[in-house]
Design a protein around this ligand. Structure first.
Ligand SMILES: C[S@@+](CC[C@H](N)C(=O)[O-])C[C@H]1O[C@@H](n2cnc3c(N)ncnc32)[C@H](O)[C@@H]1O
Length: 213
C-alpha cells in the first residue's frame, strides 16, 4: 500500500472511533507520512498524542515498510491516556510522558509533530538536531509565533489540502481539508528546496481553493 492509502485508511479508522473530535485531518496524516518517507525519519516526538490517530497511522506505515521508528509522545489527559492503548497498533513502542520537560535531556528527534499544547515548549530546541523538521498540525497561530522566536534561522511553509474533508469523520464535508505548518529549524540545501516547493504548492492550492469556492 502506498503512503497516501495508509493515511486515508488511518483517518477512516479514527473517523469512527469515540472521542475523535480533535483527531488530525486526513490531509495532515498524508503529509506526515510524506515527511517520514522523504526525510527517512527514524525518531519522532509527538506533542499531544490525543487518542492516537497520528501515532497509529505512522506505526501502520512503519509495519508495512519494515521500518523501526523510535516513537516518543506526550499526553496528560486521562481520557486520551485510556484510549491510546485501545487505538494504537504498536502502543507498547511509545515512550510516553505527561509533558515534554520529562523527556531525557539529550534526546533528539528527526521529526517533531505538534498537535497539542505544552507549557514546556521553550525546551523544544533542546530536542532538535541540526536537521530536525517540525510539523504543526493545523494553524496554531500562537505556537507559530513562539517557534519563530525559538528558531530565528528557520524556514516555515504552510501546507494545505487541495480537497474538502471526507464525508465521514468529525470535520464538515463542505469545508476544505486541513493543513499544517512545516518548520525547518536549520535548513540545509535539500530542506530549502523542499520548503520552496511546498510554498509554491500552497500558493497554487490557495488559488485553486478560491477559484473552486
Ligand atoms: C488536537 S488534540 C491531539 C490529537 C491527536 N493528534 C490525535 O490524533 O488524536 C490535542 C489535545 O487535545 C486533547 N484531546 C484530544 N482528544 C480528546 C478527547 N476526546 N477528550 C479530551 N481531550 C482530548 C489531548 O490532551 C490532546 O493532546
Amino acid at each position: 500500500m502506498d503512503y497516501k492509502t495508509i493515511a486515508k485508511a488511518g483517518y477512516k479508522k479514527f473517523a469512527f472511533v469515540e472521542g475523535n473530535q480533535y483527531i488530525a485531518s486526513e490531509y495532515a496524516l498524508i503529509k506526515i507520512l510524506e515527511l517520514v518517507k522523504d526525510f527517512k525519519v527514524k525518531s519522532i516526538l509527538e506533542v499531544g498524542l490525543g487518542i492516537g490517530s497520528i501515532s497509529d497511522t505512522i506505526f501502520h506505515y512503519a509495519r508495512q515498510n519494515g521500518l523501526d521508528i523510535q516513537y516518543t509522545g506526550t499526553e496528560a489527559n486521562d481520557y486520551c491516556l485510556d484510549a491510546l492503548p485501545k487505538n494504537v497498533v504498536d502502543y507498547h513502542k511509545i515512550e510516553l510522558y505527561n509533558e515534554m520537560s520529562q523527556i531525557k535531556q539529550g534526546s533528539t528527534f528527526d521529526l517533531i509533530i505538534v498537535d497539542g499544547s505544552d507549557d514546556s515548549f521553550q525546551k523544544i530546541a533542546g530536542y532538535c538536531k541540526a536537521d530536525t523538521v517540525i510539523f504543526i498540525e493545523g494553524y496554531r497561530g500562537v505556537q507559530i509565533v513562539q517557534f519563530m522566536k525559538i528558531f530565528p534561522n528557520s524556514l516555515r511553509a504552510e501546507t494545505i489540502s487541495p480537497s474538502k474533508n471526507p464525508a465521514y469523520g468529525p470535520f464538515p464535508a463542505d469545508r476544505w481539508g486541513g493543513g499544517g505548518q512545516l518548520i525547518f529549524t536549520n535548513p540545509g540545501l535539500y530542506q530549502k528546496w523542499y520548503w520552496l516547493i511546498e510554498k509554491g504548492n500552497s500558493f497554487i492550492k490557495n488559488r485553486m481553493r478560491k477559484f473552486k469556492g
